[in-house]
Design a protein around this ligand. Structure first.
Ligand code: ADP
Length: 460
């Protein structure tokens, strides 16, 4: 097994990784910015090293500082978590060059799947369905217009290097194409330093369904079922669940097999996610991208399968085989995750971090909370506003919904505003309760839900 892991991250995911390491009796080295010195991950790790200033660009994105810390503290490996440097092939490569094991897929695989136009081509070549679109990259708006004309409107112009919904623009007709193309190109250039674009048909009212996969160095590749992540705002997921109500057993099997095929074609190793959009009306699914890291919503899969995904990552990095074969993966009950963000939905989701004056976390049967919060901790304005994840499991979807409601009723975060009330109201929405929601749900119902919350004078 690994002996000492440096965790190149912060917040709840750093805490999550430390927990897995401690159970495996692996030592941990936390890194932190000057703003994070009192953070939980630093307190729980075997030791902590300050690597720079509060801005991510001064600390969590400073590859050389992190690698120096890892070497100086005698680490044998680096876990990148999600975000920050987790999908940076250069970082993975430099870690390997410094003699460290990068806990993730090989750098070449990160690179291959990170270029989405290339990943699309790879999927096509191995028979995994992709969204109808351009055969490769698209150079000019004129070329894009011709392709869109053949595909049919509306279309999405996407950045090949894209992520987090950036560098992505919709065009409903020829008049919108040129401005959308230029906007996507400018955003792609400024966010990723890569203005390569490609085109996809916009699937109307799809569900976002993703499959968790695991692969080891021995050639075993398995999937651990799906997550329905359709509840999103501006491509930011808010609530996820598993199973996805829209999948028939046959479709689920087919998509799971496609995810495994995708991972094999990519030469994958470790934990990853294959994302699809599901055209519910047509019963068709299409690959959109592969994420080559652990994801925020991984606990949904952990509760449903009992597989500890972070421990599997550590096993695979140490050269051990996966602990389960495909036929040994058992799925039980229904799981829902709710992300709690320090933000005010009524003020256009303005981030509003602050000091935690009082904290009470929900517990009881079927409830898990992943968070870095404690009473007296000050959530920093420098980083992502997500401060906690509440995950519940029930025997049925209805029980999971009711359990999440009561977990949110118990959760008390005093000191700053969160989206807790909005999430609570979604759990009572008739369409959500029926499982009839797609990626447009939140945008469609936001006003109505916010009005309800306001009328109630706040829910919590
Ligand atoms: P990013 O990496 O920027 O998040 P994705 O390709 O994962 O980009 O897309 C983000 C979200 O946009 C998806 O979750 C899905 O809801 C939506 N999306 C992406 N491609 C399509 C498409 N072709 N049709 C409809 N929705 C799409």
């Amino acid at each position: 097994m690994l002996k000492r892991v440096l965790i190149a991250n912060r917040g709840e995911i750093a805490v999550r990784i430390i927990r897995a390491c401690r159970e495996l009796e692996i030592e941990t080295v936390a890194v932190c910015s000057t703003a994070d010195k009192d953070s939980l991950h630093c307190q729980l790790a075997t030791r902590a090293v300050c690597i720079g200033g509060p801005r991510a660009s001064e600390s969590y994105l400073r590859r050389e500082n992190i690698l120096t810390a890892a070497v100086a503290t005698g680490c044998d490996s680096i876990h990148p978590g999600y975000g920050f440097l987790s999908e940076d092939p250069g970082f993975a490569r430099e870690a390997e060059e410094a003699g460290l094991i990068f806990i993730g897929p090989p750098p070449a695989v990160i690179e291959r799947m990170g270029r989405k136009a290339q990943a699309r081509a790879l999927m096509m070549s191995c028979g995994v369905p992709v969204v109808p679109g351009s055969p490769g990259t698209v150079e000019t708006a004129k070329e894009a217009e011709a392709i869109a004309g053949e595909l049919g409107w509306p279309v999405l112009i996407k950045a090949s290097a894209g992520g987090g919904g950036r560098g992505m623009r919709r065009a409903d007709g020829p008049q919108q194409l040129a401005p959308a193309f230029e906007a996507a190109r400018a955003e792609a250039e400024s966010c990723f330093g890569d203005s390569t674009l490609y085109l996809e048909k916009l699937i109307l009212r799809p569900k976002h369904v993703e499959f968790q996969i695991l692969a080891d160095s021995q050639g075993n590749v398995i999937h651990l079922g799906e997550r329905d992540c359709s509840l999103q705002r501006r491509n930011q997921k808010l609530m996820e669940e598993s199973p996805c109500k829209a999948l028939s057993p046959a479709l689920r099997r087919e998509m799971g097999e496609a995810a495994v095929k995708a991972a094999r074609a990519a030469g994958y190793r470790g934990a990853g996610t294959v994302e699809f959009v599901l055209d519910q009306a047509a019963g068709a699914y299409y690959f959109i991208e592969m994420n080559t890291r652990i994801q925020v919503e991984h606990p949904v899969t952990e509760l449903r399968t009992g597989v500890d995904l972070v421990k599997e990552q550590l096993r695979v990095a140490a050269g051990l085989p996966l602990s389960a074969r495909q036929e040994e993966v058992a799925f039980s009950g229904h799981v829902i995750e709710c992300r709690v963000n320090a933000e005010d939905p009524a003020k256009n989701f303005l981030p509003c971090p602050g000091r935690v004056e009082f904290l009470h976390l929900p517990g009881g049967p079927g409830v898990r909370v992943d968070t870095m919060l404690y009473t007296g901790y000050t959530a920093s304005p420098y980083y992502d506003p997500m401060v906690a994840k509440v995950i519940v499991q029930g025997a049925t979807r209805l029980e999971a919904i009711r359990r999440m409601r009561r977990a949110l009723e118990e959760l008390m975060i005093r000191g700053f505003t969160t989206n807790q009330g909005l999430a609570y109201l979604i759990l009572y929405h008739p369409d959500y309760m029926k499982g009839q929601y797609d990626t447009g749900f939140l945008e469609d119902h936001l006003e109505e839900l916010l009005a309800l919350e306001q009328k109630a004078g706040g829910i919590f």
